[in-house]
Design a binder for this molecule. Structure first.
Ligand code: UDX
Length: 440
């Protein structure tokens, strides 16, 4: 089957590559000539483990190609996926649908034969119906269907998530469109991965509800963590004990410095807006959005305490600035709130991140970049673990502590323990939702 993919961002590129690996003929389209040139050279514009290898394998097999020309891409295609950005609109928190609607119109003008227009971007309920109307108005003679096919992949684990999903969600209006979607996902279908086929509005809603639920789960444990610190409980034990209840589940119960990334902050805001607009407010999600900001501020308070009340004149080493490991993505990362407060408070900040430098250099000015965590910690007053990259999970704590001016650690991902820190010679150690160590 021939498939066109519009947009070569995270979701578009990963989906395009994986569909080609299913055996389909995929053409990925983007308006950005630099991106297309890079992809044609075999280079992946984002950092995602395994993506370059899989992409080049399918390019070599002749199933995957890239173009600036949308008309050529959809010529003969049975399905075209819209995977363009839906950023938060300035001012009102809504998802900005300019790119989705522009793509729909371009498809309408270029398409000749029956085609299924599938939205993969996360879009508010009602958008697929709008896409249908826009296409019908732009090309009244075109034979087409629309479908909603939200994507649930996580950055850093994108290929595995796409190839082995918990479920595939498909919203359609006709059997004909359902058959095309089934054909596209046949390799998953044959391996018993469940496909939920429903109407357009429910499919759109599933994506927002799922992301908002996960953001809520994280925020819930983050608030429990704050209470654990006050009552002397250990949040790691609490989430373990909670997670063993099959109704709760143990995933997304890791307390940390607040959720970030390209989806949770944007999608929670969009869902809150949709609720308000329909006079059915999702107050729990409105609260989650607010509490996640409080969580980040609480992290800054911890760091101020560890620095003895002020950042002024201190040297702080920050390990990890991307919003999570195995990505170079800095969108809405907690580091974007925490690092500027350190710098603004007069600290000298050294940053070490395996992939964050390229984007981070623009987003975090006035910091010093170090490739090596030990060099970053040298003569520092405080080391902060902000993102749990594997590289930071097995540090030689003795070596870190002995090189520091005052050996203090803020472990905002609960990788180490107060005992391990004490043994290594740290004089202060604080983490999330656990009793810390203060010697000085
Ligand atoms: C998320 C969804 O998981 C995915 O289904 C959707 O398609 C896109 O949004 P992603 O943003 O890539 O994926 O990252 P994810 O692994 O979900 O983490 C999101 C944020 O939550 C990160 O900042 C992470 O550090 C934080 N998090 C996650 C926690 O703080 N604790 C947890 O237990 C899990």
């Amino acid at each position: 089957m021939k498939i066109a993919m519009i947009g070569t961002g995270y979701v578009g590129l990963v989906s395009g590559v994986c569909f080609s690996d299913f055996g389909h003929e995929v053409i990925c389209v983007d308006k950005d000539p630099r991106k297309i040139e890079m992809l044609e050279r075999g280079e992946v514009p984002i950092y995602e483990p395994g993506l370059d290898r899989l992409m080049n394998k399918n390019v070599e097999a002749g199933r995957l190609s890239f173009t600036l020309d949308l008309e050529r891409a959809i010529d003969g295609a049975e399905a075209v996926f819209i995977a363009v950005g839906t950023p938060t609109r300035r001012g009102d928190g809504h998802a900005d649908l300019t790119y989705v609607m522009a793509a729909a119109e371009e498809i309408a003008k270029a398409a000749k034969d029956y085609i299924v227009i599938v939205t993969k971007s996360t879009v508010p309920v009602g958008t697929n119906a709008k896409v249908r109307d826009v296409v019908a108005a732009a090309n009244p003679d075109l034979d087409f269907d629309v479908a909603s096919n939200p994507e649930f992949l996580r950055e850093g684990a994108a290929i595995d998530d796409f190839m082995k999903p918990d479920r595939v969600v498909v919203g359609v209006e006709t059997d004909r469109a359902a058959k095309v979607m089934e054909e596209i996902y046949r390799p998953l279908y044959l391996r018993d991965f469940p496909i939920v086929t429903t109407d357009l509005e429910s499919a759109e809603m599933i994506k927002y509800a799922a992301n908002a639920f996960l953001a809520t789960k994280i925020t819930f444990i983050n608030e429990i963590a704050a209470l654990c610190e006050k009552v002397g409980a250990d949040v790691k034990a609490v989430s373990k004990g909670m997670g063993m209840d099959g109704r709760i589940g143990n995933k997304f119960l890791h307390a940390g410095p607040g959720y970030g990334g390209s989806c949770f902050p944007k999608d929670t805001k969009a869902l809150a807006r949709i609720g308000q607009e329909h006079a059915a407010p999702i107050s729990i999600v409105e609260t989650v959005i607010k509490v996640n900001e409080d969580v980040k501020r609480r992290m800054i308070d911890k760091l101020v305490d560890l620095c003895g009340g002020s950042f002024n004149g201190k040297t702080v080493a920050v390990l990890g600035v991307t919003f999570k490991p195995n990505t170079d993505d800095m969108r809405d990362a907690p580091s974007l709130t925490i690092v500027p407060s350190l710098v603004g408070g007069g600290a000298r900040v050294r940053v070490c991140d395996p992939q964050g430098k390229r984007e981070g250099e623009h987003l975090l000015p006035s910091v010093e970049w170090q490739d090596d965590p030990y060099a970053a910690a040298k003569d520092a007053d405080l080391i902060v673990i902000l993102t749990e990259w594997n590289e930071f999970r097995a540090l030689d704590l003795d070596k870190i502590a002995s090189g520091m001016k005052s050996a203090k650690m803020a472990d905002l991902r609960n990788i180490y323990s107060a005992d391990a820190a004490a043994e290594a010679g740290f004089v202060a150690y604080d983490s999330i939702g656990r009793v810390g160590l203060i010697r000085a």
